[in-house]
Design a protein around this ligand. Structure first.
Ligand code: B16
Ligand code: MG
Length: 220
């Protein structure tokens, strides 16, 4: 029996939905009358929808009622979903499908561990939903990353202890969550930004063929 499992973040690891979040948040900022740049958008990566809105309102120095916030959360998501509904398998990031194939061949189970409440829809759009043994998303957690909750639930779905789980993440908050959960963290993206990760790769095409075999022999 294999004694390791994998937990994948979604945005920035399997697909790049950050560009659609950007367009939708920028629309809201335009309506509110302030500039929202791609650099600002970096601050929202891996962060929950509610927290993203708070960061955006801070950037624009806008003060609004709770009721208005709820309204904006709904309208931003409706806007975002227009882009998501047009997504297809061609948007899967390079190396992702090959990596899933490798895990299937090795008999290693994998689940999703994403902050997004839209994660099931996105995975269905790109035709990967059926491949995951479980989905942990923004609807399943009460505490957002960097809290380890999302990954600890993922470990339960894998029937594994946290130490047996390997997490692929592109956001600082996600790497922190994986480390707090006592899992092996793999940072995907800028090595300097994700310096807290146990391993770093620029993207999934860089994962060596024998990467998981080393873990299997360590754990057996
Ligand atoms: P939603 P991940 C995260 O996905 C995104 O990186 C982040 O920018 C977004 O705010 C969050 O999902 C919530 O998304 O509005 O769809 O619920 O990286 O955790 O897969
Ligand atoms: Mg991410």
């Amino acid at each position: 029996m294999n004694k390791i499992g994998v937990i994948f973040d979604l945005d920035g690891v399997i697909v790049d939905t950050a560009k659609y979040h950007f367009l939708a948040w920028k629309n809201l900022a335009d309506d509110l009358g302030f500039e929202f740049t791609e650099t600002h958008n970096e601050l929202l990566k891996g962060v929950s929808r509610v927290r993203s809105l708070e960061i955006l309102l801070d950037i624009g120095k806008v003060n609004i009622s709770e009721e208005k916030k709820q309204e904006y959360l709904i309208s931003k998501n409706e806007d975002y979903l227009q882009y998501i509904n047009k997504m297809g398998p061609e948007e899967i990031l390079p190396g992702a499908e090959k990596l899933l194939d490798t895990l299937d061949t090795l008999g290693i189970n994998y689940v999703l561990g994403s902050a997004s409440k839209n994660a099931p829809l996105i995975l269905k759009q790109v035709n990967l939903f059926h491949r995951f043994k479980g989905i942990v998303d923004g609807n399943s957690v009460s505490k957002a990353k960097p809290d380890p909750e999302v990954f600890l639930i993922g470990a339960k779905k894998l029937n594994l202890f946290p130490e047996q789980c390997i997490v692929f993440e592109d956001a600082i908050a996600g790497v922190e969550a994986a480390n707090k959960a006592n899992m092996t963290s793999i940072g995907i993206g800028d090595k300097e930004t994700l310096s807290e990760a146990d391993y770093n790769f620029n993207n999934l095409t860089e994962i060596p063929e024998n990467f998981f075999e080393n873990f299997l022999s360590d754990n057996n």
